[in-house]
Every structure is written in C-alpha cells, then in structure tokens.
Design a protein around this ligand. Structure first.
Ligand code: UDP
Length: 250
C-alpha cells in the first residue's frame, strides 16, 4: 500500500482535513541547532501514516531551529530584516520535510508566502485547495510572509483559509501545562482550555495573534507531543495525551 491510498483503519480519524504545525525546534533533534534529517524522517513517517488514512493534510513548519527575528543572534539588526531571515529559515525546513515525505511516497507541494519561483510554488489559495483535493500534502513555507508575525499565526491563518477541521500543534510536550513542566514539578496539564483562558492566563502555547485568529474562526487547536512514536495517529483517533483549545460550549 502506498501512503496516499486510503485504508480501513480500526478506528477512523475524526477529521477530514487538518493542518499540522511543527515547531522548527522539533526538527533539530538532539543537535541543538539546524536540521537533523533523521528527526525530519521520523516526523514525515507520522505524516505519511495520516495521509494513508485518506486525511487531507497541510503542514506549516516553524524556523526556530535556524533563525528567529527576536533571538540574540539578531541583536542589533532591524527587526523586519531579522524576521525575513527567520521566514527564509522556514523555507529550508519545508524543503527538508518535502524531501523526507517524497522519499516515502507521499506527494507534496511547497507553497511559499514569499515567492521564490525556482524553489517552490508561490502561495495561491485555490491552487493549494486543489492540491489537497488530489491527496497532496501542501507545505506552507515563509510563515505569513510578513515580519512581526510567527509561524503559529501563519498556521491559524492557513488552516482557516484551507477550511481545516482542526489545527494540530506538534511540540516537545504532551499538551498545555500550567507552568513549564521541565522546570516546575507541580505543573499540571490541561485537558481542555478555551481561547480566552489561554489569552488571560498568558499560557505560552501560541502567541495571542494565532489564538485570536483561531477564536474568531472557530478553529479548534490540539497540542500534543509529536516526538512520541505514533502520537499523531493516536491524537487523530482522539487517544493519548493532548490538550484541546476550543470555545467554551464548542
Ligand atoms: N517569521 C515572521 N513572520 C511570519 C512567520 C515567521 O517574521 O509570518 C519569522 C520570525 O522572525 C520568527 C521566525 O520567522 O522568529 C521563525 O518562525 P517561528 O519563531 O514562528 O518558528 P517556530 O518557533 O515555530 O520554530
């Protein structure tokens, strides 16, 4: 069976079309910087499992493993220029992910918010929708294309534009905690939060702009640990550990 062929799973995934946001940091593995291809392959495997179930899938990949506009490395630079460097980093990650996905037979297209014709397609909403309908994974690169934004906001925006049922954020922790679980042993994981709770408690899961876009468009967000083997497929079935961010009566 190739990854693009639908199969009959024991328990069907709950969603028809989803957007997976992967932080750049996830792709650096244990290296502490840059792209670890073995880790990219692992994430691609998880994506392939979902595509094989017939789910239409979009990807947004961050750039924090390469460059962040607000990092110390960018100190002294004009913020907008530093942010453009960050966006270019996300294109490198997108190409790495495309390579890993195509190696295992998953058809992909990269669309960049900053046009770079000889590298990938420019972002064209209707074209991206057509790719999804044909079973291709669309990887959205270069964030929103605007400085002063993040790839989390790009993920909320693209998920809304593509009519996704849910935005899944694959991170290094298995959900949203009351404090950083790596530093505070008393930190507790939330099962469910409202958008307003995330904003008012200033929980560092996503920036406020991303949460606001999701809230205004009724886009549910699921936060989970993508490093756990098979975690993406589990979450898609509603199993395993994760936090759901949704409207109170949603
Ligand atoms: N960035 C930007 N506009 C966007 C998306 C990203 O300027 O719409 C820049 C910004 O400098 C950011 C960097 O790209 O720090 C990397 O993106 P992000 O920090 O969201 O990556 P992640 O934390 O998900 O790895």
């Amino acid at each position: 069976m190739t990854p693009n062929e639908p199969s009959t799973p024991a328990r069907a995934p709950r969603f028809r079309r989803v957007l997976l946001k992967v932080s750049g940091e996830v792709l650096m593995g244990d290296a502490g910087f840059g792209i670890d291809m073995a880790t990219v392959d692992e994430v691609a495997e998880q994506v392939g499992e979902i595509v094989a179930l017939g789910v239409e899938l979009c990807l947004v990949i961050g750039g924090g493993n390469i460059f962040r506009g607000l990092s110390t490395a960018a100190r002294g630079m004009e913020r907008a220029s530093a942010d453009y460097m960050g966006m270019l980093g996300t294109v490198m990650n997108a190409l790495a992910m495309q390579n890993s996905l195509e190696k295992i037979g998953v058809n992909t297209r990269v669309q960049s918010a900053i046009p770079m014709d000889s590298v990938c397609e420019p972002y064209i909403r209707r074209r991206a929708l057509r790719h999804l309908e044909k079973g291709r994974v669309v990887i959205f690169a270069a964030g929103t294309g605007n400085p002063f934004f993040t790839t989390d906001t790009a993920a909320a925006l693209r998920a809304t534009e593509m009519g996704c049922d849910v935005l899944l954020k694959g991170t290094q922790v298995d959900g949203v905690y009351s404090a950083d679980p790596r530093r505070d042993p008393n930190a507790t994981r939330y099962e469910r939060l409202t958008y307003l709770e995330v904003l008012s408690r200033d929980l560092a899961v996503m920036d406020a702009a991303a949460i606001s876009v999701a809230r205004e468009n009724g886009l549910p967000i699921i936060v989970f640990n993508i490093h756990a083997p098979g975690a993406f497929a589990q979450v898609m079935r509603g199993e395993g550990l994760f936090t759901t961010i949704i409207e109170a009566d949603g």
